[in-house]
Design a protein around this ligand. Structure first.
Ligand SMILES: Cc1cc2nc3c(=O)[nH]c(=O)nc-3n(C[C@H](O)[C@H](O)[C@H](O)COP(=O)(O)OP(=O)(O)OC[C@H]3O[C@@H](n4cnc5c(N)ncnc54)[C@H](O)[C@@H]3O)c2cc1C
Ligand SMILES: NC(=O)c1ccc[n+]([C@@H]2O[C@H](COP(=O)([O-])OP(=O)(O)OC[C@H]3O[C@@H](n4cnc5c(N)ncnc54)[C@H](OP(=O)(O)O)[C@@H]3O)[C@@H](O)[C@H]2O)c1
Length: 433
């Protein structure tokens, strides 16, 4: 008999999960509270889930950012826009018959495992509550949607927003803007607002390596992937050396030098921030000490007045539909074998809950293939996954800074290799890898 499977979310991870469980003869139902597939890449969706903005283009290039079962269309630029990606995800979902499986505008509110191991899922569709029971639950709700705000003494009385709600630069025309953070959101937003604002400052609590989008005439991640035969420690050292050589030191243009090695923070890929700093359009600032009305005091003793502060300080991992005593990954480590399989909860899979130095959906695709085979019984996890998870947490591939955004990092190259190797171990009952 076919197993029934509930997939939460129809973003890039959810659609590949649905496709791959369907291909393993499961009856799949997908719930998504948005109005189309694409998740984060559905820029103007009324659900408010998406965190991309008007000018967002990928930071992982087309060479590393396609499902292996569905190539990006010919003519795709090196770094596609959010609109091009949305079209790609819609094409994928239509091509593999996933779209009709999705119940849109349906918010999953509670998932409870019953005595017999099945999952009772309560959701709300256009205001009406509904409940259904499934053999397995596949969680693909994303991890870049719940704003993580910084905390400072005092109060800022101007406009204060999180990068999640930043959609375009136009509303900030003529204003004095301060952006907080050194990740991809902060650097993109600082660059975009600096084109129209009266002034744009960026506050970093540490220095960062910024990787340009292109190195040696090709997208930087393509270059990095070509070094895949080199161990991570040498690969990162070589990259750091090249970045310093090509771009010079941050401190020579007023930015802080990194207090860590390349790879110890999630990479910021941005070719324009240095350019804007060097054109006087973006002014570097250090960490914030406190707010006082419209004044912001920095830790180096300087201060300035702003109309707008944009906190691009990242996101919480959250699964609000679980009882927190069963699943709560919001603080600390995320104990999942191959980043998708819990050791002690049955018939539960998490897809896309990892942060690659690269692109998420190709890894999510491979995770989905394995998870579907796990449910079907044609791939078995090792018996000691608990010990393996503990080892993975104790010995991460990248020894990253202990800040909240660094709990789920994987090396994209090695992660894909490991998942592919596991897929090869699935039994001969299954030939469709
Ligand atoms: C600005 C920005 C740029 C990015 N650029 C890149 C990039 O270049 N490369 C890269 O690999 N990644 C990038 N990311 C990361 C991004 O998370 C992934 O690209 C991708 O969207 C992850 O797919 P997902 O399906 O796991 O999650 P999401 O895309 O977030 O999709 C989750 C889906 O679940 C649904 N959902 C959530 N909760 C519920 C619920 N309770 N009930 C029903 N439905 C629910 C949502 O409506 C959504 O459709 C970027 C992120 C941001 C914010
Ligand atoms: N163009 C694109 O494709 C694009 C654009 C935006 C985002 N993204 C992706 O979206 C995801 C989220 O990126 P993000 O930039 O929004 O978040 P992020 O990667 O979590 O970066 C958050 C930044 O804010 C800093 N920070 C956090 N808390 C702080 C505090 N209390 N005070 C001061 N600084 C603080 C962090 O510092 P630490 O270094 O100390 O942690 C980090 O510099 C990433 O995967 C990213 O690659 C991609």
């Amino acid at each position: 008999m076919n197993r029934s499977v509930c997939v939460i979310g129809a973003g890039p991870s959810g659609i590949t999960a649905a496709k791959n469980f369907k291909e393993q003869q499961c009856d799949v139902t997908v719930y998504d509270y948005g109005t189309s597939v694409g998740g984060n890449w559905h820029f103007d969706d009324v659900s408010g889930h998406s965190s991309v903005f008007e000018t967002t283009h990928l930071i992982s290039s087309r060479f590393t950012s396609e499902y292996e079962d569905y190539p990006l269309p010919p003519g795709t630029p090196d770094y596609p826009s959010h609109a091009q990606l949305l079209a790609y995800f819609k094409g994928y979902a239509d091509h593999f018959g996933v779209t009709p499986l999705v119940q849109f505008q349906t918010l999953v509110k509670a998932c409870i495992q019953e005595q017999d191991g099945r999952w009772r899922v309560t959701s709300e569709r256009l205001g009406v509550a509904q409940t259904a029971t499934f053999d397995a639950l596949v969680v693909c709700n994303g991890h870049h949607w719940k704003p993580r705000w910084p905390e400072y003494p005092g109060t800022f009385t101007g406009e204060y927003l999180h990068s999640h709600t930043f959609k375009r630069a136009a509303p900030f025309a003529g204003k004095r803007v301060l952006v907080i953070g050194g990740g991809n959101s902060a650097c993109d937003i600082a660059v975009e607002t600096s084109r129209v604002a009266a002034s744009t400052d960026i506050s970093w609590r540490r220095g960062y390596f910024l990787a340009p989008k292109f190195m040696f005439g090709q997208p930087s991640d393509r270059f990095y992937f070509q070094l895949n035969f080199i161990p991570i420690s040498i690969r990162t050292k070589a990259t750091q050396f090249l970045l310093n050589l090509m771009q010079g030191r941050n401190s020579s243009i007023g930015l802080q030098d990194p207090d860590h090695k390349f790879g110890q923070t999630h990479p910021t890929v941005n070719s324009e921030l240095y350019y804007m700093v060097r054109h006087g359009r973006v002014r570097p600032r250090v960490d914030i000490a406190h707010f006082d009305g419209r004044m912001v005091q920095f830790t180096d003793g300087s201060s300035a007045e702003y109309d707008v502060v944009i906190a691009a300080t990242g996101y919480w991992i959250d699964h609000p539909f679980f009882d927190r005593s069963v699943i709560d990954f919001s603080a600390g480590q995320v104990p999942l074998y191959l980043r998708f399989l819990p050791a002690s909860v049955r018939h539960l899979y998490f897809i896309g809950l990892f942060q690659p130095l690269g692109c998420i959906w190709p890894g999510a695709e491979l995770q989905s293939k394995l998870a579907a085979r796990h449910l079907r019984g044609t791939w078995r996890a090792p018996s000691n996954i608990d010990a393996r998870i503990k080892k993975q947490i104790a010995h991460p591939e990248y020894n990253q800074l202990r800040t909240p955004r660094h709990t789920i990092t994987v090396d994209d190259i090695n992660f894909r290799k490991r998942l592919r190797a596991e897929l090869k171990r699935s039994t001969s009952a299954d030939s469709s890898h």
